[in-house]
Design a binder for this molecule. Structure first.
Ligand code: MLT
Length: 408
C-alpha cells in the first residue's frame, strides 16, 4: 500500500458542511414527503442579475469567433477585471493598491485554503474560535497544527470569540506568524470596529506576523463606521493579505470568482534569513498550480463592478438583508439571544435551554425539516450556538421561521 500523508490521517472525520449534508440526506430518505428548508450552508438563492447574464452571453459569443477566441489567460487574472476592482472597491476608499497586487481566482475558499503554503511548516497559526473551518483544516492538512485532542490542535493559538467578550478576540498571548481574521465574521455575523482592526494591524507590525483577512461578506456592511477593507487601516499593506469573493456579493457560488490582494510590501523570512516577497511567492505558486478563472466568468465579474449591475445587486442584497432582519427579530421575539445579522447574512443564535449544538440541529431537522449549522462545527466556543443564513428566498425563510416558532 502507498504511504499516506499523516497530516490527512490525523484530520477529524469530515468537513463540517459534508456532515450536515449527510444528516440532511438521511432525513430526506427517511421522510421523502418532508419539504426541507435550508438555512444551513451559505449558498445563495437569487438568480444572477441581468447585467451578469448579458456579460456572460457576450463573452460566450466572443469565444465562438476566431478573432476573439481566448485560450489560456494570465494566471493572475485579466487586467480588465483587476482594473475594475481597483476602481470600484479600493480607490473610492482611499486604498492605493496596484492592479498587479490583485489575484483573480475561482473562489475565496481555494485561496484561504491555499495561502498557508507560503508559510513554513513550523509557522504558528492563530485562529478565532469559532472559525470558518477551512483556515484550521488547511493548516492541519499541511501538518502545521500539531496533535488533535478534545477538538483542538496543540500548535494552534485559539482566540475565543464569545458573547462575553463581544465577539472581539483578545490579542494572543503567544506570538503567531499567521493570524486569520474574518470580518464581517463567519459564523458569528459580528464585525470588528476600526479601532479593533487597528490594534490587530499594529500588533502584526510589532510582531512580524501576517494577517489573513477574509472580507468575503463585506458587501453586507451597512454602516459607514465599519471598514470594508483592512487596507483602510494605515500600515495594513505591510502585514495583511485580503480575500474577497463574488459568491455572496453577486450570487457567484456556482459561477466561481474571487480575488485576493497580496501587496508588494509584504515580506517573510526563509529559514536561512533571506527576505522574500510574499507577493512574488504567491505569483510563483499560482503560475505553477493554477491556470486562471475562465474568461467568460471574468467578463461576468467585470460587469459586477460597473453600472447597471450595482443597482441590480443592491436590490438583491436588500432581499438577504430583510431575511436576516426577519431571522433576528423572530429569535428575539421568542426571548432567545441572537447576534450578527446586521452587517452580515449570518445570525448566530444561542440555543434555547442550553441545548448542545448538534442536538439543536437534530431537533430542527427532525421536527421542522429546517437545516441550520451547528455552532460547535466551527469550534469549541461555538458549542451551544447555531448559525442561520439569510440566503434562502424570503418565502422559505418565513416558512422556516414559522416552523421554528411552532416547535419551541
Ligand atoms: C458557509 O456557509 O460558511 C459558506 O457558504 C461556506 C463557504 O463559503 O465555503
Amino acid at each position: 500500500m502507498p504511504k499516506m500523508n499523516d497530516a490527512y490521517a490525523a484530520l477529524p472525520g469530515s468537513y463540517l458542511f459534508s456532515e450536515v449534508a449527510r444528516r440532511v440526506k438521511a432525513h430526506r430518505e427517511a421522510h421523502p414527503e418532508a419539504e426541507v428548508i435550508s438555512l444551513g450552508i451559505g449558498d445563495v438563492s437569487q438568480p444572477l442579475i441581468p447585467a451578469v447574464i448579458e456579460a456572460l452571453h457576450q463573452a460566450v459569443d466572443e469565444m465562438g469567433k476566431a478573432g476573439s477566441f481566448r485560450g489560456y489567460g494570465p494566471e493572475q487574472g485579466y487586467a480588465f477585471l483587476r482594473e475594475a476592482i481597483l476602481e470600484h472597491d479600493f480607490k473610492p476608499r482611499g486604498v492605493a493598491l496596484e492592479a498587479d497586487e490583485i489575484f483573480i481566482s475561482d473562489g475565496a475558499k481555494s485561496d484561504v485554503g491555499n495561502i498557508q503554503e507560503l508559510f513554513g511548516p513550523d509557522a504558528v497559526v492563530a485562529l478565532t474560535d469559532p472559525v470558518y473551518p477551512v483556515y484550521e483544516d488547511s493548516n492541519a492538512m499541511a501538518g502545521r497544527a500539531g496533535e488533535r485532542k478534545d477538538g483542538r490542535w496543540s500548535r494552534i493559538v485559539y482566540l475565543p470569540c464569545t458573547a462575553e467578550n463581544g465577539f472581539e478576540p483578545a490579542l494572543p498571548e503567544r506570538r503567531p506568524d499567521m493570524i486569520y481574521l474574518c470580518c464581517p465574521n463567519n459564523p458569528t455575523g459580528t464585525v470588528l470596529s476600526r479601532a479593533a482592526l487597528t490594534r490587530w494591524v499594529d500588533y502584526a507590525r510589532e510582531n512580524d506576523a501576517v494577517i489573513l483577512f477574509d472580507a468575503a461578506y463585506e458587501s453586507f456592511i451597512s454602516s459607514p463606521e465599519i471598514v470594508h477593507s483592512i487596507y483602510e487601516i494605515p500600515g495594513a499593506d505591510e502585514v495583511a493579505i485580503e480575500f474577497r469573493s463574488l459568491s455572496k456579493t453577486a450570487g457567484f457560488t456556482g459561477l466561481r470568482c474571487a480575488y485576493t490582494m497580496v501587496p508588494h510590501k509584504l515580506r517573510a523570512h526563509a529559514a536561512d534569513g533571506t527576505e522574500l516577497s510574499l507577493h512574488d511567492m504567491w505569483l510563483r505558486r499560482q503560475c505553477t498550480k493554477y491556470n486562471g478563472c475562465p474568461y467568460i466568468v471574468q467578463r461576468a465579474a467585470e460587469a459586477v463592478f460597473r453600472e447597471p449591475a450595482q443597482a441590480q445587486l443592491e436590490a438583491q442584497l436588500g432581499i438577504y438583508r430583510a431575511n436576516a432582519r426577519m431571522i433576528l427579530d423572530t429569535c428575539t421575539s421568542l426571548g432567545l439571544e441572537a447576534f450578527g445579522g446586521e452587517h452580515s447574512p449570518y445570525v448566530w443564535l444561542r440555543t434555547p435551554q442550553g441545548m448542545k449544538s448538534w442536538d439543536f440541529f437534530d431537533l430542527m431537522l427532525s421536527r421542522a425539516s429546517v437545516v441550520c449549522t451547528p455552532g460547535v462545527g466551527f469550534g469549541a466556543c461555538g458549542e451551544g450556538y447555531a448559525r442561520f443564513t439569510a440566503f434562502a428566498s424570503p418565502e422559505q425563510t418565513l416558512k422556516a421561521l414559522e416552523r421554528f416558532q411552532s416547535i419551541l
